[in-house]
Design a binder for this molecule. Structure first.
Ligand code: DC
Length: 228
């Protein structure tokens, strides 16, 4: 039997469009590694908040980036983010981090450090990574690029239910505002803004079930693996 080549799958899209769920399901199905690049920007943001790093102090930012390390562990099948060895998965999803993450992710020095680490993780291929600039900047030669979208009501409802399940008390209006604010900053920043790569396949999942979306993407991935 011919040994199958491994590919890189880049999934980009707006906040709460369902890309992480899709990326997780797909990585499981293919036996690939999964990396949530947004969690890395969230962990940097948490570190900056904890250490009161000013977003205009370039020296402090550079020093902070040298002093922080981000890694992932698989805990009972769940991908968990570590910041300097400490589990921060729950903390980085909280609203006070969500409110600061886009300004932090717009800083070029931060992006350079994260992109470098992401590219190291993709060296052996066999990886699904989701984010905002994965198909455009991190892996411009990825064999499969997807750009996921859904309307704002769908995205708000999904995020609201997700946060409610985690016990966080927020209104739908708060959630919607945070999503729209982040989308605006993420897609208008000067350094690697969120945009669809020319060769990315657009998936609007507003009216698709998770199963339908997964089946579609698994078929695409298998075709790309076959032809790689
Ligand atoms: O995927 P997420 O919503 O957890 O990402 C949090 C923020 O991180 C998002 O608002 C923008 C930023 N981000 C980015 O700039 N580039 C990435 N590759 C991933 C996330």
């Amino acid at each position: 039997m011919k040994k199958q080549n491994k590919i890189i799958i880049a999934i980009d899209g707006q906040s709460s469009c369902g890309k992480s769920t899709l990326a997780k399901q797909l990585s499981k199905k293919l036996g690939y590694a999964y990396v949530d690049s947004g969690a890395m920007y969230r962990a940097v943001t948490l570190y900056f908040l904890q250490n009161k790093i000013s977003l205009t102090d370039q020296n402090a930012i550079e020093l902070a980036l040298k002093n922080l390390s981000i890694s992932f562990v698989n805990k009972e099948g769940v991908n968990t983010t570590l910041l300097n060895g400490e589990e921060v998965e729950t903390e980085i999803r909280k609203m006070y981090v969500s409110e600061m993450v886009s300004p932090v992710a717009a800083i070029s020095t931060v992006r350079r450090a994260m992109v470098w680490q992401q590219q190291q993780m993709g060296k052996a291929k066999g990886i699904v990574m989701d984010g905002r600039d994965i198909g455009t900047v991190v892996f411009p030669t990825a064999e499969l690029k997807l750009f996921v979208t859904a309307d704002i009501e769908t995205r708000t409802n999904r995020r609201y239910l997700e946060l409610k399940e985690k016990g966080m008390t927020l209104t739908k209006a708060d959630v919607s505002k945070n999503l729209q604010d982040r989308d605006h900053i993420d897609s208008t920043r000067a350094d690697s803004p969120l945009k669809q790569a020319e060769d990315a396949i657009l998936i609007d999942n507003s009216n698709l079930t998770r199963e339908e979306q997964l089946a579609m993407v698994v078929a695409l991935a298998k075709e790309r693996i076959e032809n790689s």
